[in-house]
Design a protein around this ligand. Sequence first.
Ligand code: MF3
Ligand code: CO
Ligand code: CO
Length: 256
Amino acid sequence: MNNYSEKFEKMRIAGNLAARTLDMLTENIKPGISTDYIDKLSYEFIRDNGGYSAPLFYRGFKKSLCTSLNHVVCHGVPSDRVLNEGDALNIDVTAIINDYYGDTSRMFCVGKTPVKLNNLINTTYEAMIRAIKILKPGIKLGDIGFEIQSFVEKNGFSVVRDFCGHGISNTFHELPNVLHYGKKNTGMELRPGMTFTIEPMINAGKYDVKVLADGWTAVTKDKSLSAQFEHTIGITENGYEIFTESVKGYSKPPYL
Ligand code: MF3
Ligand code: CO
Ligand code: CO
């Protein structure tokens, strides 16, 4: 036992609900369904499992999750837009249960995946995993950013600057900001009990982003494709725990 074991138990439950929601959605993604339908499936699944969708009514957001298609970087708003063969999308689920939050996103491909898209998705996933693997007390936030940025740029892609990971526990977004670019041995030192997300947004082209008139949808300025994965994690005495691991092994595409 330690002073954060109760918090971690709640984070485990919330993270697991968010992960199971993505697992459920995985089995439903196919050409012809709308992003509103994904929203509805997610809302109902989380509700039926005793939770609540955190995005709904968050700062005026009107849907239960984010669906970010192709050149949408993040915060895509579900709509009557139907999925087509060749689309790639990020689905970002945040569940609240017993006042604690689990926040996780994965990429999904509709039908066959073009090679270029596959490289982008694999690099984004690998960047997140590499950053998670170095986590332990004593390292600094800048080490996370460095790990992601150096790996992504070596692969010819760019790291979005305008959005970052965040502390998360019994509030959705709290300090610290977790930047996905940076320099080794800079920034706040990690300590046991800290809980935050790592959620790199990686563009095939330049890193510049703009937000559309709806106030939410962030797209790449150069219209290049963008990918993202997100885990909620906790720092332990000598490493880390991932709270949002897939229960079904659906970590990255292809899933089925
Ligand atoms: N889930 C997003 C994150 O990773 C935040 C979405 S806020 C919303 O932080 F309002 F757009 F849903
Ligand atoms: Co997040
Ligand atoms: Co999220």
